[in-house]
Design a protein around this ligand. Structure first.
Ligand code: DGJ
Length: 735
């Protein structure tokens, strides 16, 4: 899959349908990007580097060196020497200087994929993937840079990262380290990105790519509600089914920048990495810095194919643990049921009722510890509040288990309330700028996890709670963004490392957690979905998608999330109406069908809801058990998007063998005088016939149609009457 043509000095990286080509040129061994796109048969496309036309190869005509730098398609551009597009790497030497330029030194091609130290990353065996390590240097600075590329055999994905090594004697500072870059010609691209807010995460935005720099980014200390570490450049005519897509997604959960810059020559530089704002990393002689991984996807088959490549990679080569390929227990979480106002009796009443309906796990959310009866205190005091949990945690968990349910618990380990015993004992443990009042958010501060003693203390508190009872699930929450960065322990010239050190510490804590409690089901969360990213998926197979559980709002949130992430990862629950965030009423049935497209669970007081809603729970539970394998493992296709058509939403799952499929149709607003809609299905086997079951039809009426007809001519779905109505259609091959 990866070859090197020594004579021509060209690397060719192939996946099943794509080729990525890198060339080394000139006596100075500049590393240039030749090509990324549809798979090429030819091993040499070096003419695309265009070094023979003006402004000339620098060694032939030193007078035009600056012009060369400013238009050469660099594989990993460094700033300060005359390339005026934005660089991937900026440094400051001990003398305060910034310029550097990389030249090729040597390379290694190896089977498999090395781990990235301290960081989450995709993985694969020696049979599943292959890696190129390209080592380059700037001898004036004494810096080596390793560019690391991995191709996967079973999906059209190439991953990239970079490692910077101080190979000299003097320390130097990294002021920007991106992980990946593609320099290419502009093909009249559009740019797709994901944006939102709390309770409105990951809405899809598509716009024309213009001249200059356009980026999406976060320097909130987490990947964020607002923007997402993803960027795609797509052709003007690219649709779900057709057209070119260049996409990047960042396996990282902190500050990021995803950027496209269109230059004076109509070249595009697409790049991704840690956001340089407030970043400065000191490298002593012999030290190295590992940049996180970027996942790159190219396809000429539209957005469905891009989604398919990401889903496959994440399902097979990123998510780990016992629940990776398993059905998750259907849970009921007490947050929207009780908020802080609960005790053992209330929880047990919910558990008893829920268990009788088929729900399998009770999750006790925020409010069980310290004196936390509202959100302004006690974070850090991870001891059970026996005024609420009478007789202690073990007693409660045992009783829940006796009812026949598993038990799960909520933590927010990264935080400290100013009103907490922990803060009173260790006021210097909060991230703060000395002498300045700390900016509060949800009346809480962020713990300085870059300090080992802080991380150890919090981890040990969490672990001792988990050891005290039969706890089988943890919801790990994080409810504020970082601000006023300062660590009481880092020296002045290392304060710029705090953002990244914080993220590394979160990763280390979660790695310890899943190592020490291998049977635990971990669900990450951040005020809903502010840290829904591939970095967190490496530790938890599911992430709470959004605090917004309104079925209609969830359509857009889940569509944007599913653009990149498998449905098995999307935390989705049925909640009560009027919805606590939007005030909207939607049918219980629709709430169930929309939540089925995620991990599925409940977030309501089952002892208080309407009888007619409660009656539907066993049916929904049965549907979950019937369809979850398909939903979790099947190939996902987007059929229609409410955010684009403003009328209805439709998605489909197809099993790998194409013998089973599930179609979800949600009519957002009812239209008068509109009997049925014709839906073109996808991904079926055109030579098979399918029995079509309209799941909600009471009078069983199964019709048989061919896959070919369903995909070319379509399936008629009777338009439901009313707003927010959902339909499920199940197809089974009969040939
Ligand atoms: C934010 C989460 O997203 C909610 O589900 C809930 O756990 C609250 N935090 C608790 O404070």
């Amino acid at each position: 899959m990866i070859t090197y043509n020594e004579q021509k000095r060209i690397f060719k990286l192939d996946t099943a349908n794509t080729t990525y080509m890198i060339g080394i040129i000139d006596s100075e061994s500049f590393i240039g990007h030749i090509y990324y796109g549809k798979r090429l048969k030819e091993a040499d496309a070096s003419y695309l580097l265009r070094t023979e036309e003006p402004p000339f190869v620098p060694s032939k005509n030193n007078r035009e060196r600056c012009a060369f730098y400013d238009c050469f398609p660099f594989e990993y551009p460094v700033g300060g020497m005359g390339d005026y597009r934005e660089s991937c790497l900026s440094i400051r030497t001990a003398g305060g200087h910034a310029g550097a330029m990389l030249s090729y030194v040597f390379h290694e091609i190896m089977p498999g994929k090395p781990r990235l130290e301290g960081l989450p990353a995709t993985f694969g065996t020696e049979e599943e993937c292959e890696t190129l390590k390209l080592v380059c240097e700037d001898k004036y600075v004494g810096m080596q840079v390793e560019l690391i590329y991995t191709t996967f055999h079973d999906t059209d994905v190439i991953t990239r990262s970079a490692r910077i090594i101080n190979a000299g004697q003097e320390p130097f500072y990294l002021t920007k380290v991106y992980s990946a870059c593609i320099d290419m010609d502009n093909r009249d691209f559009d740019m797709i990105s994901l944006h939102g807010s709390w309770a409105r995460e990951r809405h899809i935005q598509r716009k024309t790519l213009g001249y200059g720099i356009q980026n999406v980014s976060s320097f909130r200390g987490e990947s964020s509600h607002q923007d997402h570490p993803f960027l795609a450049l797509v052709g003007k005519n690219t649709t779900q089914e057709h057209g070119e897509v260049y996409a990047m997604n960042f396996v990282y959960s902190g500050n990021f920048r995803a950027q496209a810059e269109v230059s004076q020559f109509d070249h595009v530089r697409m790049s991704m990495g840690i956001h340089p704002e407030n970043f400065c990393w000191k490298l002593e002689s012999g030290e190295s810095f590992q940049a996180p991984e970027v996942v790159m996807v190219y396809t000429d088959k539209g957005l469905d194919a891009m989604t398919g490549a990401f889903h496959k990679l994440y399902k097979k080569h990123l998510i780990r643990g016992k629940y990776k390929d398993k059905k998750r227990p259907i849970l009921i979480n007490n947050w929207e049921a009780t908020y802080f106002d609960f005790n053992s009796e209330k929880l047990l009443a919910i558990a008893k009722e829920a268990s009788g309906l088929g729900i399998e796990m009770l999750v006790m959310d925020d409010g069980w510890f310290g004196k936390r009866n509202n959100d302004d205190c006690a974070l850090g005091d991870w001891q059970v509040n026996e005024d609420k949990i009478n007789g202690g945690l073990k007693k409660l968990v045992d009783e829940v288990n006796k009812i026949g349910m598993k038990f799960g618990i909520w933590f927010e380990p990264e935080m400290i309330s100013p009103d907490s015993e922990l803060y009173r004992q260790h006021p210097d443990w909060a991230i703060a700028i000395p002498g300045r009042p700390i900016t509060e958010s949800r009346q809480q501060y962020v713990l300085d996890l870059s300090r080992k003693e802080v991380m150890d203390h919090v981890y040990n508190m969490v672990a001792s709670v988990l050891k005290s009872a039969n706890i089988e699930y943890v919801k790990w929450d994080m409810n504020r963004q970082l601000s006023d960065l300062g660590s009481a322990c880092l020296p002045a010239d290392r304060q710029g490392e705090l953002y990244h050190r914080y993220v590394l510490a979160v990763y280390e804590m979660q790695e310890r957690l899943i190592h020490d409690f291998p049977d635990l089901l971990l669900e990450n969360c951040s005020g809903g979905g502010a840290r829904f990213d591939p970095g967190m998926l490496y530790f938890s197979p599911q992430i709470w998608c959004s605090d917004d559980t309104d079925a209609k709002e969830r359509l857009e949130i889940q569509e944007g999330t599913a653009l990149l992430y498998p449905l098995s990862t999307m935390g989705a629950h049925v909640s009560d109406c009027p919805n606590h965030i939007t005030g909207r009423m939607t049918p219980f049935e629709t709430r169930g069908i929309v939540a089925l497209a995620g991990t599925f669970g409940y977030e309501l007081d089952v002892t208080k809801i309407l009888e007619e809603d409660k009656k539907q729970i066993p049916e929904q539970v049965a549907m979950y058990h019937k369809y979850n394998d398909l939903i979790r493992e099947g190939d996902y296709y987007r059929i229609a998007s409410y955010s684009a058509n403003h009328r209805f939403d439709c998605w489909q799952l197809v099993s790998e063998d194409k013998k089973e499929s599930l179609v979800t149709y949600v009519q957002v607003l009812g239209s008068p005088n509109f009997k049925s809609r014709c839906i073109l299905l996808k991904g079926l086997d055109e030579d098979l016939h399918y029995e079509v079951d309209f799941v909600q039809n009471t009078e069983a009426e199964f019709k048989i149609y061919s896959g070919d007809t369903l995909m070319k001519a379509g399936l008629l779905i009777q338009n439901p009457s009313g707003d927010f109505q959902a339909r499920l259609v199940h197809l089974t091959a009969v040939d």
